[in-house]
Design a protein around this ligand. Structure first.
Ligand code: ADP
Ligand code: MG
Ligand code: MG
Length: 249
């Protein structure tokens, strides 16, 4: 049961000179998809970086737990191994490392953290081929270095591929819809919807309501003034798109 629980979180950037997240509380129960919307510069990306433990983002107060485990005590790799997956607006390129090699390493780290055996080469390949086929990814793409020279649509497809292979317990998507055409948006939405499960939680960060036509969230939150300023059900996203965020800043 992947429940994310953020309590009274305060976080700074720029060596502690700027407080971006202020007393933010948010709970995402297992099985639910929550969306975070908000004006540019509100701190949406900062929140996702704090959750994944990126350098330069410091927590000065509050707590974050995943399944009751203290996330803030873990190294970024430990968080990933615990099943936290962050999907970026601009996916990482990893020159020199074939996509499948990268993924198998990540998968085995995750398995090790769960006390499971390493995946066997044939099992891994079988699974990779099946999932790649379902996403219409050509097998030779999987032998190329991750994301290097991939088009925007290919990067998105590859990201969904990674998610489906790794089966994260908690998924954070930070504006992964930015600049996508409708076809690529569908790939992302179909992938995310396929991953909806009773034991998996998701946080979808987006500046636009559009993605939420395809991924219908259980809750929509506004991040403004460093905290969750308002929350509502799926329709709330449409209201926000129409009326903007002026009422919350
Ligand atoms: P959003 O994703 O909601 O657009 P961000 O989290 O990217 O907002 O940024 C929130 C604020 O924090 C912005 O004012 C941004 O300039 C500032 N900020 C983010 N990261 C840093 C950093 N590493 N150093 C200084 N300021 C930063
Ligand atoms: Mg921004
Ligand atoms: Mg952002």
């Amino acid at each position: 049961t992947a429940m994310l629980k953020i309590q009274n979180l305060t976080a700074t950037v720029d060596d502690g000179n700027k407080t971006i997240i202020k007393d933010l509380s948010l709970t995402v129960p297992a099985g639910e998809v929550h969306a975070i919307m908000g004006p540019n510069g509100a701190g949406k990306s900062t929140l996702s970086y704090v959750l994944t433990g990126r350098d330069g983002y410091d927590v000065t107060d509050g707590s974050v737990t995943l399944d009751g485990e203290d996330l803030l005590e873990m190294e970024p790799e430990e968080r990933a191994a615990a099943g936290l997956f962050l999907s970026f607006q601009y996916p990482l390129e990893i020159p020199g490392v074939p996509t499948l090699t990268f993924l198998r390493t990540a998968m085995n780290a995750q398995r090790k953290a769960r006390g499971e055996d390493e995946v066997s080469a044939p099992d891994f390949m079988k699974r990779a081929r099946e999932i790649a086929k379902s996403l219409k990814i050509a097998p030779e793409m999987l032998r190329r270095p991750l994301n290097v020279g991939f088009s925007g649509g290919e990067k998105k497809r590859m990201e969904i591929f990674q998610m489906m292979m790794l089966e994260p317990s908690f998924l954070v998507m930070d504006e992964t819809d930015s600049g996508l055409d409708v076809d690529a948006l569908r790939i992302v939405a179909d992938g995310v919807n396929a991953l909806r499960a009773p034991d998996r939680g998701m946080l979808i960060i987006t500046h636009y309501q559009r993605l939420l036509d395809y991924i219908v969230p259980d809750q929509v939150h506004v991040l403004a003034g460093g905290k969750i300023a308002a929350s509502g059900e799926a329709d709330f996203a449409k209201t926000l798109e129409k009326e903007g965020y002026d009422a919350y800043v």
